[in-house]
Ligand binder design. Structure first.
Ligand SMILES: [Zn+2]
Length: 364
């Protein structure tokens, strides 16, 4: 059973201006170009995520920047107490909703409250780091190295001798929920693993960099989140190679782990992963948070299944996951479990680099 007490629960969200539904939030924001306004809390801080649309697709970069600045300022004015705002600027004629994979934003940026006063000047000067200027990435042909034999089997859990659990979040980064999750993980000092979709990483690179700066592991969840089992090996390799290259460039780290979208496994998928020096990581506990259970259900299922070497599958974009996370962490700690990244769980020795090893060399 959960051992949670009132005292260890995070405080309730700050009442007042930030408790607004979408329409009410939109009215208060007072920005005609706003297509979507979302406010969420993790129990400690509130974040706002805005999609705004620009009428001229070919408008110069300065138009996009000006609209983004206007949107950030409007959000901080309308919702006092926000910890962060992110804005995605879309072409009005092509806007298909926030999560559309086929209609990319023209520009995204993230402004933590601490940058609120200074970001606009830095943005105009080209020195603001938390911005993606909408440039498409070049697609390079995939290399064709030999698969690393020891990586041809998927991993479902860590060694059973370890009183340790790895939390994994698929489909990251999400511009609203990633900052809330990162804030919670920092407060509880929990390292985690984010399986990142390349396309999302391209649009929100600063959130991927936030993960690594906070000590989390970043894994490969393909570039487009396409189901992999219908693809041939060259196509799978290309999905994985493109994503690993992007993530390596963003984080400065070797990417060592991969999770297939929807858990779709085949020998072809495993060979393509091994050829990219990626270990295919599945899970020993599926929280099924994508079905949007309530937070209590998530907490109880986690408590009921907790086992040594557990790898828990969660998602980066689910409200109840944010709500349930503090109780899950406290439950595991009360039972003397420690939290590890996937690499930390699989390699109890100091982490070994996979990139650069001889193909076929023994890996743990
Ligand atoms: Zn996924």
């Amino acid at each position: 059973m959960l051992t949670l007490t009132q005292a260890t629960r995070p405080p309730a969200p700050v009442p007042g201006a930030l408790d607004l539904s979408g329409t009410a939030a939109q009215e208060r924001l007072h920005l005609p170009q706003a297509a979507s306004v979302r406010l969420r809390s993790n129990g400690f801080v509130h974040m706002a995520s805005l999609a705004v649309t620009l009428n001229r697709k070919t408008g110069p970069q300065t138009d996009r920047q000006a609209l983004a600045i206007q949107a950030v300022n409007a959000a901080y004015r309308a919702f006092p107490g926000l910890a962060g705002v992110d804005v995605a600027v879309f072409d009005a004629g092509k806007y298909l909703g926030f999560a559309s994979r086929t209609s990319p934003p023209l520009l995204t940026l993230s402004v933590p409250a601490g940058d609120r006063r200074t970001f606009a000047r830095a943005l105009k000067a080209g020195t603001y780091p938390r911005v993606w200027p909408g440039a498409p990435s070049a697609v390079m042909p995939p290399q064709a190295p030999a698969p690393v034999i020891s990586l041809l089997r998927p991993v479902w859990r860590g060694p059973a001798g370890q009183q340790a659990v790895a939390l994994t979040f698929d489909d990251a980064p999400h511009p609203l929920y990633t900052p809330l999750l990162l804030d919670l993980l920092r407060r509880y000092d929990v390292p985690a693993t984010f399986f990142v979709i390349g396309q999302n990483a391209e649009r929100y690179p600063y959130f991927v960099q936030d993960m690594v700066r906070a000590g989390h592991q970043v894994g490969n969840h393909t570039y487009s989140h396409a189901p992999l089992t219908p693809l041939n090996e060259a196509e799978v390799r290309s999905e994985l190679a493109r994503t690993s290259r992007l993530l390596r460039r963003l984080t400065g780290q070797d990417i060592t782990v991969f999770r297939p979208p929807g858990g779709g496994l085949s020998q072809t998928v495993l060979r393509a992963a091994a050829a990219n020096q990626l270990r295919t990581v599945m899970w020993s506990h599926d929280a099924a948070d994508y079905l949007n259970p309530d937070a209590q259900g998530l907490e109880a299922a986690f408590a009921g299944t907790l086992h040594p070497g557990q790898i828990t599958l969660l998602h980066d974009k689910v409200e109840s996951t944010v709500s349930a996370l503090p109780a899950m962490i406290q439950e595991a700690r009360a039972r003397q479990y420690v939290f590890k990244t996937v690499d930390g769980l699989l390699n109890p020795e100091p982490a070994r680099r996979l990139v650069g090893q001889q193909p076929g060399a023994a890996t743990p």
